[in-house]
Design a binder for this molecule. Structure first.
Ligand SMILES: Nc1ncnc2c1ncn2[C@@H]1O[C@H](COP(=O)(O)OP(=O)(O)OP(=O)(O)O)[C@@H](O)[C@H]1O
Length: 450
């Protein structure tokens, strides 16, 4: 903000003149003077950037004027200027939302000057945040979610529907399928986008700390609570809270969360005052919550409360052509960031990418492509540059895929060959099949050897 519009409400004409002269020293200040509350309140609809309010006006008390201002414009900074030093009144006024309480003594002019500079700086920062938010919005439109497979198209449609309302959304999918990305896309395309998206990973926080993390606490609420703390729900007020890994929440806390969702209010630990919240809820889990309910790990009532609009992200191995689209996208990004020239992916490497089961999903694909870009020679990624070191056993995923016996055998043998550096004799021994059978299969291209 360069120009600052200030309303000065002051019944003492000499003091008003003094302040107007002083404030006028900054050409960016534009001061309008009112000598009573009534004439000022009539003009309040013009909404200045700041108000300097004399505490003792002829027609209305300072606190009443302050309340009137705050009821219409809660964010408008009001500096109270008072003829007397009275701590009790000052505290009351600050509680009602006054920006500062300044006594009319020799230092008053300087304090007002400083306070106005702070207000100016705050407004500038707020504007900057708005601009940054807008940039983030652009960044998180759907275009950064890559893919065009039928499964993902369905997800796009649901994101759009979710963004248009305040319905609770439950996002499911294996690890690395893009659940957090979807949560961001919903928030930044919804009417909540001007307020924060507050994410909390339930699995990452020890259960004894989680309650205060979510709902906040008062000073001294428990050992170690040395100061008051606002919880994530309050932080997200007016915006979105994203509860990641909701399936990991302790059953006791589930009951408390349910109450918060039902009452739409939170009570900080150690407080008896409930605070209303208006927060959009997004949850995610890699677990099958229905099954968790069945085995008693998750409350059924909370499950129904959170289910809302379910969005399921299919695993990468079920997204067909998306695999190559994503692989090329990550490769391009990496090359651009590191000033590498263009890198191609050989047909054999492409085949390998398409047949791998991707237990770590998109996150794993990104890591593998980046490493391959570093390892490859002469601008082409070959099969040898692809390092599949996933922590989940490849075979676990194969079993869950429902393959035909022939296909299963092929993958099983290929898996063992890879693990044993293509040592046919070793693999034949481990799988208890004849060496010559194995050689024949390789020769007939029934199995691929890298
Ligand atoms: N469709 C996609 N297009 C582009 N990038 C994606 C896509 N899906 C996921 N990613 C990227 O993959 C990584 C993992 O995604 P994300 O963290 O959203 O997954 P997640 O399902 O929340 O994982 P987890 O369950 O482990 O928390 C991120 O770097 C994300 O940007």
């Amino acid at each position: 903000m360069s120009l600052m519009r200030i309303f000065l409400v002051e019944d003492s004409i000499p003091y008003a003149k003094l302040l107007m002269h002083h404030l006028g020293l900054n050409p960016d200040n534009e001061v309008e003077h009112f000598s009573d509350a009534a004439s000022f309140l009539k003009q309040l609809h013009k909404v200045p950037d700041c108000i300097l309010l004399d505490y003792s006006l002829p027609d209305l008390s300072g606190i009443d004027v302050l309340k009137r201002i705050k009821s219409q414009h809660s964010d408008l900074p009001v500096l109270i200027v008072s003829g007397q030093e009275d701590v009790g009144t000052a505290v009351d006024l600050l509680r009602e939302g006054a920006y500062d309480y300044i006594v009319k003594d020799v230092n008053a002019k300087d304090r007002i000057w400083k306070a106005l500079n702070n207000i100016r700086e705050n407004a500038r920062l707020r504007k900057e945040i708005d601009v940054l938010r807008e940039e983030v919005n652009l960044k998180y439109d759907f275009s950064n979610i890559i893919g065009g497979s039928p499964g993902l198209k369905k997800v796009f449609k649901l994101i759009e529907k979710a963004a248009q309302t305040n319905i609770t959304v439950s996002i499911t999918g294996e690890t690395g399928t893009g659940k957090e990305l979807v949560a961001k896309a919903i928030h930044y395309n919804s009417k909540f986008r001007r307020k924060p998206l507050v994410s909390i990973n339930i699995a990452a926080i020890p259960s004894e700390l989680l309650e205060s993390e979510l709902f906040g606490h008062e000073k001294g609420a428990f050992t170690g609570a040395v100061s008051k703390r606002i919880g994530k729900f309050e932080e997200a007020d007016g915006g979105t809270i994203f509860l990641d890994e909701i399936g990991e929440m302790d059953v006791n806390l589930q009951a408390k969360l349910l109450r918060v969702l039902q009452e739409k209010e939170v009570t900080r630990l150690g407080s008896n005052k409930a605070v209303k919240i208006n927060t959009r809820i997004l949850v995610a889990t890699h677990r099958d919550l229905k099954e968790e309910v069945r085995i008693g790990n998750f409350r059924e009532d909370l499950y129904y409360r959170l289910l809302g609009l379910p969005i399921h992200l299919p695993p990468l191995r079920e997204r067909g052509g998306d695999i190559m689209m994503l692989a090329k996208h990550f490769l391009q990004d990496f090359c651009r960031e590191n000033d590498f020239g263009d890198i191609r992916i050989s047909p054999e490497a492409q085949q390998r990418l398409l047949s791998y089961p991707w237990p770590g999903n998109v996150r794993e694909l990104k890591a593998i492509m980046e490493l391959a870009a570093v390892l490859c020679d002469s601008g082409v990624i070959e099969e040898k540059d692809l390092n599949f070191n996933s922590v989940t056993d490849e075979m676990d995923t194969l079993v869950s895929e429902g393959l035909s016996l022939k296909e299963y055998n092929r993958r099983l043998i290929e898996h063992y060959l890879r693990k044993n550096d293509n040592n046919v004799v070793e693999v034949a021994k481990r799988l208890d099949i004849g060496k010559s059978t194995l050689y024949r299969m390789i020769k007939n291209k029934e199995i691929n050897i890298n």
